[in-house]
Design a protein around this ligand. Structure first.
Ligand SMILES: Nc1ncnc2c1ncn2[C@@H]1O[C@H](COP(=O)(O)OP(=O)(O)OP(=O)(O)O)[C@@H](O)[C@H]1O
Ligand SMILES: [Mg+2]
Ligand SMILES: [Zn+2]
Length: 436
């Protein structure tokens, strides 16, 4: 049998197989069980979150030959099997993107008055419905308002704001949610286990993040990763495939910051630069890690002990104060928006980290101790002739004191306990957020 991509092979056939979207499932199940069915449903949400899938399950629920109208279609009768195989005569699937013209819509509506050929309902599933032309929408309005008893309209779109209000107000709208990294990770793990493929949990985490809320994207990436890895799905091949950095580098940055070691910090930046990464992504990783550390500091039980970097998070949470973590987070957040303005990604990224180092609050004793400046070279009394004495003082006298080596405890930036970010705002030129 020809290979079927995972996204198709694993398309849920029952509501219970869906990941997430429980808010939609519940309403639909209640409506189906109580027989209070609307005649037009609109499913909205980003790509690959289950719009078409839910619409097809609903079509089965309406037409199952074994169970009648129910929230749990049998999946085995001719109607269920045909819907799953995409050849059920009373499910008319239309891709609005390729049938935008009003003539197409009129053709479609011509068959509305006729009874379904086999099932209880004739179901029109119009995908990417926002692509219809204005005249197509107008042609649809009358039928959509009062369709015959045996007709159900199911619309799906990624772009509901492009739909006329007249259409929206005639439909029951369901907003499908983006799937969380956790939901995606769990689903991928379930699929890989069923497919007998050994995997590293951390690799699934990376795929889950890269999928950015879309289960279809996650499954396409998983297909690609399986082919790339050529066997066991380890972390390294997935990292290579996604061009993502090993988390250990980001941990290394925080380790250097916690030790106040500028030399180590820059060495870690250099290692990261060898990957030629997208620095906005690296900062995003840093932000994620800081969020986990902050969370661990306040609610340790909220962090999953099974996650690969648990020990490192716990360790950093003990070495950094909650204020430092907040400060780093804020600097990284602001730095992310500044990155585009920097001369190049690496220098912008480096500056963000150096800012963290520069703004590191020092130990309480050092904060209260006076700022020590290296002695400034003063010209020695001279016995030179008067003409020579009129020369400007030696050059060093005008120079600011040489900065101490990076990372050494030095003159601390005073952090105001009432407003710890004042110094950051001053350095970045951001106004203080108004309180509402
Ligand atoms: N909630 C979900 N639970 C489980 N699998 C899902 C879910 N959403 C999507 N998938 C997977 O992604 C594939 C595509 O889903 P679907 O066609 O329903 O997406 P869609 O929301 O209609 O996307 P598009 O806007 O691109 O048409 C499915 O075959 C299934 O494998
Ligand atoms: Mg779809
Ligand atoms: Zn059935």
């Amino acid at each position: 049998m020809a290979y079927q991509v995972l996204a198709r092979k694993w398309r849920p056939h029952r509501f219970a197989e869906l990941v997430g979207q429980t808010h939609v499932q519940r309403v639909l199940a209640n409506a189906l069980e109580s027989g209070r069915l609307h005649h037009a449903y609109l499913f909205t949400g980003t790509r690959g979150v289950g719009k078409t899938t839910i619409a097809r399950i609903l079509a089965k629920s309406l037409n199952c030959e074994a169970k009648g109208v129910s929230a749990e279609p049998c999946g085995e009768c001719a109607a269920c099997v045909d819907v799953d195989n995409g050849c059920y005569a009373d499910l008319i699937e239309v891709d609005a993107a390729s049938r935008t013209k009003v003539e197409d819509t009129r053709d479609l509506l011509e068959n509305v008055p006729y009874a379904p050929s086999r099932g209880h309902y004739k179901v029109y599933l119009i995908d990417e419905v926002h692509m219809l032309s204005i005249s197509s929408f107008n042609a649809l309005l009358k039928t959509l308002e009062e369709p015959p008893e045996h007709i159900k309209f199911l619309f799906a779109t990624t772009d509901p704001q492009k739909l006329p209000a007249t259409i929206l107000s005639r439909c029951l709208q369901f907003n499908l949610k983006r799937l969380t990294v956790n939901q995606i990770e769990t689903h991928l793990a379930h699929i890989l286990t069923s497919e007998n493929i050994v995997f590293d949990k951390a690799a699934l985490g990376l795929l889950g993040k890269a999928a950015d809320g879309s289960m279809r994207d996650a499954l396409s990436l998983l297909d690609q990763a399986i082919a790339f890895a050529g066997g066991e799905l380890g972390l390294t091949p997935v990292q290579e495939m996604l061009g993502s950095l090993d988390k250990s580098h980001v941990l290394g940055l925080l380790d250097a910051l916690a030790n106040k070691q500028g030399v180590d910090l820059i060495a870690e930046v250099q290692k990261i630069a060898e990957f030629n990464p997208n620095y906005a992504d690296v900062l995003a990783n840093l932000l994620q890690l800081l969020q986990q550390i902050a969370l661990y500091q306040q609610v340790p039980t909220a962090i999953d002990r099974e996650q690969g970097d648990f020990q490192a998070i716990a360790d950093l949470a003990a070495r950094l104060s909650p204020e430092q973590v907040q400060l780093f987070y804020q600097i990284a957040l602001l730095g992310r928006s500044d990155l585009a303005l920097a001369v190049d990604g690496k220098s912008g990224f480096e500056m963000v980290l150096l800012r963290m180092l520069a703004f590191l609050p020092c130990d309480p004793e050092t904060i209260s101790s006076p700022v020590s400046t290296p002695p400034v070279a003063v010209p020695a009394p001279t016995t030179a002739p008067a003409a020579a004495r009129e020369l400007p003082p030696p050059f060093e006298a005008d120079m600011p004191p040489a900065p101490p080596p990076m990372g050494e405890t030095t003159a601390p930036m005073q952090i105001d306990a009432q407003d710890p970010f004042a110094a950051v705002r001053a350095a970045t030129g951001l106004p203080r957020k108004k309180k509402h």
